[in-house]
Structure formats: structure tokens, C-alpha cells
Ligand binder design. Sequence first.
Ligand SMILES: Nc1ncnc2c1ncn2[C@@H]1O[C@H](COP(=O)(O)OP(=O)(O)OP(=O)(O)O)[C@@H](O)[C@H]1O
Length: 217
Amino acid sequence: MDIDKILHSYGKTLKDYPPMPLATEVDSSLLTERVIREEINFNKDDSNKNVSDMLAITTPEQRYAFDKIIIAVYCDEWGFFFVYGHGSTGKIFLWNLMSAEIHLRGDIVLNVASSGIASLLLPNGRMAHSGFKIPLNITEDSVCNIKPGSPQAMLLLKAKLIIWDEAPMVSKYCYEALDKCLGDIMRCSPIYSKDLPFGEKVVVLGRDFRQILSVIP
Ligand SMILES: Nc1ncnc2c1ncn2[C@@H]1O[C@H](COP(=O)(O)OP(=O)(O)OP(=O)(O)O)[C@@H](O)[C@H]1O
């Protein structure tokens, strides 16, 4: 059961590894509840302290980006941003600040990064390929392996903000796969508009173009 629980947090189940004996069948609504609980299980006092401590020392640029994105999340309910900054200019600091603000309000923020190392620096960080079930051999027609109604789909539906660090490190087809997936999932939402990217979710991509490999296929 414990192994199954860990696998579920990465969007897999024991069924994906045929030689492994299966655990007792778990109700999908319980799984959804557990996946969502893990994303909102933050101590509000800690989040409150983090937000006030960090806001007290933000640079004007970080504050500008923070205000714009939080307004998009809670007022406009849509927005697509790219935060560009040289190395050590405080992008991860900004992701942490925004995540603490959203956790403080009891909402969900999904933090992913294109590389495993970068994902370790984010609150509840995952690799983008794992979090969004993006195929490894990506093509123009690829889609995320997330079925509408599944726990991962419900998590995406409920997420207020998606932060994707080291975004330029992967093929554009990865974002297009997420765009198609969110479009399918958000279609049932009353605020859905087919003209807006990412199913009208607020999405922030970020990184430094100087730090990407020189050739991206
Ligand atoms: N406003 C700030 N006040 C004090 N320290 C800060 C501030 N912003 C960032 N820092 C600190 O500066 C260091 C670099 O910041 P951070 O890792 O967020 O930068 P980055 O742009 O993500 O870097 P890289 O692109 O190299 O990963 C960290 O130790 C971070 O805590």
C-alpha cells in the first residue's frame, strides 16, 4: 500500500509494473482526495511567516512580478507569464514567495521544472514530465497521458497556478501537450474559453535563456 501511495504521487500505480503484486483496489475518489490533500497540506502559520518575511526583502522587480501574477490568479482568473532573469536574480525566491501566498489562502499551486535538480528547489516540486505525464519521445501530436476525471486531472482542474521553472530546456511540444491537456480538462469549467491558452489557467514559465543548451530540437 505504501509503495502504491508513493507511486500515485508520481501519477503511476502498481499496475504499471506487472511483476509487482497488486495492492487492494482503492476507490478513485479517495485517491483524488489524497492527491489534493497532499497539495494543500501546508501549515498556514509557516506560510504566513514566509510571505511576510519574503515580502519584506523582495526587490522591486520581484514585487512587480508577484503583484501581477497574484492579481491574475485572484482577480483576472487568467494569465500567461514568462519570468526572465539572469542567474541568481531570485527567480526561485519568487516561485517560493508566490507558492507561500497561494498556500496561505488554502489553494493549490503546481510547481514543476524541466530538470530533476531544479524541481528539488521548489515547494512540492516535480519534474514537468512526471507531473504532467508528458511522453518522453515528444512529437507535434503528443498529448499528456492524463485522463479527464483522473486524480491528476482533478488536481489540474483545482490548481490556481502552474509554475514551470527552467522552461526553455524542453521542446515546445511539451507545452503544447500541456495546453491540449488543460483545454480538455477545463472544458467542463464555467470560466473556460477556447481562445485562451492552457485552458485559461494562470501559467508562469521562467528561466534564463543564457543557461539553456545551444541546440533544442
Ligand atoms: N529579494 C531577495 N532578498 C534576499 N535574498 C534573495 C532575494 N532574492 C533572491 N535571494 C537569494 O539569492 C540567491 C539566488 O536566488 P535564486 O536561487 O532565487 O535565483 P535564481 O534566479 O533562481 O538563480 P539561478 O537562475 O542561478 O537558478 C538565493 O540564495 C536567494 O535566497
